[in-house]
Write a protein that binds this ligand. Structure first.
Ligand code: CA
Length: 392
C-alpha cells in the first residue's frame, strides 16, 4: 500500500462529456465538457453560437438525446468538440461560471447490467467463498457472466452513500457490517437497436466509459445469493463518474485481451481479435491509495458483453450501463475490493491515522481515479468517482 498521491488533486479528465446543474435546482442542468484548466465549457451554448453540429441534441439537459442519436452523430460531435476544446481563446465566451454548479447524473440510466469479467477477481471470490472447489465456475470462461442491477439507484460521483440495512443472516436484519467497494469500468451504451447485436457491430453502440463503484453489502449479499445472484446487497447504490470519456478517446489504450483458455462461441468471436482497454485504476480510502487495479486484465471486451447480453434477442436502450465487474490485478496491491484486500476480513488493511479496516466505516470516503494512454504516449485522466459513507 502507498499513501501518495492524494485523490483530492485529481486532474480534470481529458475530452469528456457530462452535465452540470445549479445546486438545489433540479431540472436546470446543461451539457458541459471539462477544460484542461479545470473550467467547464457550455457545450450547448458553443454549438448554438458557432453553428456546431446538432445543437438540438447539445442544448439538452443531459446526454440522453445524444446517446439516442447513434455512433455517426457521436463521432461528428466529438470531433467538433475536440477542435474547440483545444482552442481556449475561442471557447472563452462559452465558459460556465465556476460557482454554484455541480455535476449531475450525465444520462438517464436505462438498464444496468454488471458483469464479472475479471479473471483474477472471479478467482479470488472463488478461493474465498469456495476454498475446496475449483475457483472459477464452469461457465466463466465460456461467456461474460453478469446480472441485472438496479438502474434507478445509479448516482453521480460525490453523492453520499447511506449504509444500507438488510438481512445479514437468518432472523438478523440491520445495517450492514460488511460494506465494500468494487472498482470497475462502466460502459455507456446508445444507438437503441433490437437484439441480437453482432459482436462486430457492438462497438457502434458503446458511446463511452465511466468509472464505476459497485457498493456492496457483503453480509447481505452472502445470505441472499443462494442460489440466485446479487440483489439487495448491491441494489442500494452504484456510483459513476460525472464525466463520460467517449470511446474514441481511448484508441491508444486498446490492448489485446488476455489469452482465452476456452474457445469462444461464434457470436462472441469478432473478425478482428477482441481488444480491451489499458485503463489504470486507483482506489483511495480516506486519501490513502489502497489499490491500483489494471483494467487491461479484463478477460472480456465491452463489445463481447454487448453481443452476449443481446444474444437472446434482448434489445439495447440508449443509456444502458454495463459494469465490467470488479477489476483486480494478479497481486494484492491490484485487488479492487476490500473483500479481496482484507481476504474477507482475515487481513485488515492498515490506514495511517486511523484504525485498520476490513470493511468501510461510517464517514469513510472512497475515491476511484483512472488514467489511460494518449496518442502521444502521455497518460490522461478519466476523472474520478467519489462517495462518502453516511450512517444508517
Ligand atoms: Ca460488481
Amino acid at each position: 500500500m502507498t499513501t501518495a498521491p492524494q485523490p483530492t488533486s485529481v486532474p480534470p479528465p481529458g475530452l469528456a462529456l457530462g452535465a452540470v446543474g445549479g445546486a438545489g435546482r433540479p431540472g436546470s442542468s446543461r451539457i458541459a465538457c471539462p477544460l484542461p484548466d479545470g473550467g467547464l465549457l457550455d457545450v450547448g451554448s458553443l454549438a448554438t453560437a458557432q453553428r456546431g453540429p446538432f445543437p438540438d441534441l447539445l442544448t439538452a439537459p443531459n446526454l440522453d438525446r445524444l446517446l439516442d442519436a447513434g455512433a455517426p452523430v457521436w463521432r461528428e460531435v466529438v470531433d467538433w468538440l475536440r477542435s474547440w476544446r483545444d482552442d481556449h481563446e475561442k471557447a472563452v465566451a462559452h465558459r460556465l461560471p465556476a460557482e454554484g454548479l455541480v455535476p449531475v447524473l450525465p444520462f438517464t440510466v436505462a438498464d444496468y447490467v454488471d458483469f464479472y469479467a475479471c479473471e483474477q477477481h472471479a478467482r479470488n471470490a472463488g478461493l474465498i467463498f469456495r476454498p475446496d472447489a475449483e475457483p472459477l465456475t464452469p461457465n466463466w470462461g465460456h461467456m461474460p457472466v453478469g446480472y441485472h442491477g438496479r438502474a434507478g439507484t445509479v448516482r453521480v460521483s460525490g453523492s453520499p452513500v447511506t449504509r444500507p440495512a438488510g438481512q445479514r443472516a437468518a432472523g438478523d436484519f440491520g445495517p450492514t457490517r460488511a460494506l465494500d467497494v468494487e472498482a470497475e469500468l462502466g460502459f455507456v451504451l446508445g444507438g437503441p437497436v433490437p437484439g441480437p447485436v453482432p459482436v462486430d457491430d457492438a462497438g457502434d453502440h458503446v458511446f463511452g466509459v465511466v468509472l464505476l463503484n459497485d457498493w456492496s453489502a457483503r453480509d447481505v449479499q452472502g445470505f441472499e445469493s443462494r442460489p440466485l445472484g446479487p440483489h439487495l446487497g448491491k441494489s442500494f447504490a452504484t456510483s459513476i463518474s460525472a464525466w463520460v470519456t467517449p470511446i474514441g478517446e481511448l484508441d491508444a489504450a486498446r490492448v489485446p485481451l488476455p489469452e482465452h483458455r476456452d474457445p469462444a462461441l461464434p457470436h462472441l468471436t469478432p473478425r478482428e481479435p477482441a481488444r480491451g482497454l489499458d485503463v489504470a485504476l486507483s482506489v483511495y480510502l480516506n486519501g490513502h491509495r489502497i489499490a491500483d487495479p489494471p483494467a487491461a486484465d479484463l478477460y472480456w471486451s465491452a463489445e463481447q458483453m454487448v453481443a452476449h447480453l443481446t444474444s437472446n434477442g434482448a434489445s439495447l436502450r440508449a443509456g444502458d450501463l454495463l459494469g465490467s465487474g470488479t477489476v483486480s490485478g494478479p497481486d494484492r496491491d491490484g485487488f479492487g475490493s476490500l473483500l479481496e484486500l482484507s481476504w474477507n476480513g482475515r487481513d485488515p488493511i492498515a490506514l495511517p491515522g486511523g484504525p485498520p479496516r476490513t470493511w468501510l466505516a461510517d464517514g469513510d470516503e472512497v475515491v476511484i481515479t483512472a488514467t489511460a494512454p494518449a496518442a502521444d504516449g502521455s497518460r490522461f485522466s478519466l476523472g474520478e468517482v467519489r462517495g462518502r459513507i453516511r450512517p444508517a
